[in-house]
Ligand binder design. Structure first.
Ligand code: TXA
Ligand code: MG
Length: 342
């Protein structure tokens, strides 16, 4: 397939291109686009055929449901049976990195929801994404725009590396602001249950709903391979070819451990301040303990590890709470359970 790659330039040319990209989506083609979390691989959420193309392009199991992206929170009305809790959450967090699962209406084919009777709705804040959805005039189903199993794309070149020749168009809008995927929640029975943690945290959700829970699959490695509430969580995910090893150790202990065990082909995630202290190659994550900076660079660094041909990558295990939870959730999957406790 021939793929058009368009770089956002910030003038009228973008508008014309987005109108064209919107037409492509409406007609059933595949268009990859930037969002504030990660890049998405979009197709019309109204079409069974278009959804099937997404699964094929990504090499994704077809029982893993897609998120449907809308331009305005109220656009969810046509797709899902909303509740007052949905609108309370939308008021506070949309547009933004939050995905809400609700019972689906007839309009959305089961090919989009992996056969489920629920649909995941998200209203992104990224202006390119919003304008594209508006131009398409249809809700846009979009998983992350990576090949299934590889780290999610946070730069246009990641999408090109994975999907060039497999999709009709790639819109390159530069770096994604956040860098990890949206928070996915269910809101059944007036209870907010976090199925995948993201930039909208448990604490933030608690400001809107008095009953917020975290699904066990979020922190429980035992559930990799089991049947969690969010099907995507069961697949080995976010994995580079390099072996990710999580190390449960603080400060100097981590540095000493890595310098002792790491070989010449290994790498380590290090803050700017620490980079010099390590013997193996440092992949620099930003400032010490900054969840936002680490989220922002996580997937790009995992891809870099592969480009460098690194064998093992050592990463300090982040805390399993608060703003670190999204990172913890992604890393235990990338590491497929390898946690070294010192
Ligand atoms: O930030 C994001 O959410 C990105 C951007 C592109 O919007 N999208 C994304 O999509 O991460 P994807 O397909 O890579 O992950 C969607 C997750 C999967 O874990 C999937 O199983 C879950 O959401 N999901 C989707 N629909 C669901 C449903 N009806 N019930 C339960 N889980 C659902
Ligand atoms: Mg994904």
């Amino acid at each position: 397939m021939e793929t058009t790659v368009y770089k956002i330039v910030g003038n009228d040319a973008d508008r014309e291109m987005l109108a064209e990209a919107g037409r492509l989506l409406r007609e059933g083609a595949l268009v990859a686009f930037p969002t504030e979390t990660v890049y998405g691989l979009g197709a019309s959420a109204l079409s069974t055929d278009a959804a099937a193309k997404i699964y094929e392009a990504k090499g994704r199991p077809s029982d893993n449901p897609l998120i449907v992206h809308v331009c305005e929170p109220a656009d969810a009305e046509a797709l899902a049976y909303t509740t007052p809790l949905y609108y309370a959450l939308a008021e506070r967090f949309m547009p933004g990195p939050l995905t809400v699962i609700m019972p689906k209406r007839e309009l959305i084919p089961e090919a989009v929801t992996g056969g489920l009777d629920t649909v995941a709705v998200r209203c992104p804040t990224n202006m390119v994404a919003r304008e594209l959805i508006r131009m398409a005039g249809v809700p846009v189903a979009a998983p992350s725009a990576n090949l299934s199993g590889s780290p999610s794309p946070t730069k246009g070149e990641h999408v090109v590396a994975d999907l060039y020749g497999r999709v009709d168009m790639i819109i390159d809008g530069g770096d994604c602001d956040i860098g990890v995927e949206s928070t996915v929640i269910s809101i059944a029975d007036g209870i907010v249950t976090i199925l995948r943690p993201g930039a909208v945290t448990e604490q933030m959700l608690s400001e809107v709903c008095s009953d917020v829970r975290v699904d066990r699959a979020v922190v429980d490695l035992g559930s990799v391979g089991a049947k969690p509430a969010s099907p995507g969580m069961k697949y080995k995910h976010y994995s580079p070819n390099a072996n990710v090893i999580l190390v449960d150790a603080e400060g100097d202990v981590f540095v000493r451990y890595v310098n002792t065990v790491a070989g010449d082909d290994d790498g380590v995630f290090a803050s700017e301040a620490e980079a010099e202290m390590f013997r193996p190659r440092a992949l620099v994550t930003g400032q010490v303990g900054s969840a936002a900076e680490l989220n922002h660079s996580l997937y790009a660094l995992l891809r870099e590890a592969d480009e460098l041909g690194l064998k093992n990558v050592y990463i300090r295990k982040p805390p399993a709470w608060g703003e670190h939870l999204a990172l913890f959730n992604r890393l235990i999957r990338a590491a497929a359970g390898q946690i070294v406790k010192i």
